[in-house]
Design a binder for this molecule. Structure first.
Ligand code: CA2
Length: 142
């Protein structure tokens, strides 16, 4: 069975608690519930990881690559715009990674328009809310 990793970066553990106008009212647990359901429908397995620490995200990508996961859905959150190390980890994983953002980063502040990780990813989905994760999961699961 294919296994898809869902990797969420800093502060996404706060989903549903603040800024619902930007990120919606649902929590990270709600997102994971939704993706578990979607994975069942697709006949794939999902593995979830969220961290507020850059190194932990990098370690998880390498671990998943070594374990032979099929692909990764990555919301690097703030690290998207700053982290050469996360970009290098995506490249080093050799995995198909789909970058997802809940909000439409190109319609927000200028500093969010640049993604250091996106060029290492197979594709990017931004601005579609939680649905973006489902679409990425469906793509990787096919
Ligand atoms: O839109 C996205 O998914 C982002 O990756 C979210 C990041 C932001 O830095 C990116 O530019 C776009 C922020 C995640 C923080 O999430 C919060 C959730 C609830 C309350 C406050 C922040």
């Amino acid at each position: 069975m294919k296994t898809i990793g869902i990797l969420n970066g800093p502060n996404l553990d706060r989903l549903g608690k603040r800024e619902p106008e930007v990120y919606g009212a649902e929590s990270l647990a709600d997102l994971e519930k939704r993706l578990t359901k979607k994975a069942e429908a697709l006949g794939v397995s999902v593995s979830f990881f969220q961290s507020n620490h850059e190194g932990a995200l990098i370690d998880k990508l390498a671990q998943w690559a070594d374990e032979g996961v099929t692909g990764v859905v990555l919301n690097g959150a703030g690290f998207t715009h700053t982290s050469v190390a996360l970009r290098d980890a995506v490249a080093a994983s050799g995995l198909p990674v789909i970058e997802v953002h809940i909000s439409h980063i190109h319609a927000r502040e200028d500093f969010r328009h640049v993604s250091l990780t996106a060029p290492m990813c197979k594709g990017v989905i931004s601005g579609l809310g939680f649905y973006g994760y489902e679409a990425a999961l469906e793509f990787l699961g096919q």
